[in-house]
Design a protein around this ligand. Structure first.
Ligand code: APR
Length: 239
């Protein structure tokens, strides 16, 4: 990393985070060592077809994840991003994560590309709520009483929420610093979104111990963990 790189030198910052952001909180990533998709087949637990075929199994998987994440706390990296939001003029957080740890650390206006583990809704009648219970025991919609509640997650094959995409694209096009943290950049369309910032002339920083398929697009690479990379980038902030 360039020793001169200091987050305070930028006016409009976007943090773009993936599962590696929460790895140091104890939340498993999806791919790589200990990755969720090594133990679970998404075709049985994280797609609409699976939900329609066997909603109880899909809920078993999501309840397992809710239980796991509910034991995890935001790490120093989440806290530093919140501190950036509090001290710098314009900081947006765009995440692929569904764990809610940015919000738990106090970050605001978090744009969740892949939904949230803590939101549930009913596809039959439109009922929805935020529910932090781990696990969800009553699986049927309390409003219509019939259909299964659906986890508020963008599963494989689902379209992303258009309003969220628009807001993310606007934030990326307007930023002068994009910091991507802990994403393997293999799931589309999220994977290529940082390139919007590049086209807008922003400086791009990648924090990830490993190379990714779009590493070449980044100006700076911090081949370290989320907490260490953010600590270096944010060293000049007030404590
Ligand atoms: N700090 C920073 N990065 C880390 C750390 C860490 N401590 N530990 C692991 N990583 C990096 C890995 O090198 C990898 O590049 O985090 C990345 C995690 O990749 P994935 O597990 O593929 O997570 P992500 O990119 O967020 O996945 C995208 O895939 O299944 C879907 O919907 C799910 O949102 C998810 C999407």
């Amino acid at each position: 990393m360039s020793a001169a790189l200091d987050i305070r030198d930028f006016e409009r910052v976007v943090f773009f985070t993936g599962a590696g952001m929460s790895a140091e909180s104890g939340v498993p990533t999806y791919r790589g060592k200990g990755g969720i998709w090594k133990s679970y087949d998404y075709q049985n637990c994280a797609c609409q077809e699976a939900f329609e075929r066997d909603p109880e199994y899909v809920w078993e998987f999501h309840n397992y994840r809710r239980g796991l994440v509910s034991k995890c706390a935001p790490n120093l990296g989440h806290q530093l991003i919140t501190r950036c939001q509090q001290q710098l003029p314009s900081v947006r957080v765009v995440t692929q994560n569904i764990d809610g740890l940015h919000q738990a650390a106090g970050s605001v206006d978090v744009l969740e590309l892949h939904g949230s583990l803590w939101r549930v809704h009913c596809e039959a009648c439109g009922w929805s709520e935020e529910d932090h219970a781990a696990p969800v025991l009553a699986l049927r919609c309390p409003a219509c009483g019939d259909a299964y509640k659906r986890p508020g997650i963008v599963w494989f094959g689902d379209p992303l929420n258009e309003a969220v995409i628009r807001e993310v694209a606007d934030a990326l096009a307007a930023c002068d610093l994009l910091v991507s943290i802990g994403t393997s950049a293999v799931v589309y369309p999220a994977a290529q979104m940082p390139l919007i910032a590049k086209r807008g002339g922003a400086t791009l920083v990648e924090i990830n111990p490993e190379d990714t398929p779009i590493s070449h697009a980044y100006d700076h690479h911090l081949r370290t963990t989320a907490t260490e990379g953010l600590a270096a980038l944010c060293a000049g902030l007030d404590p």
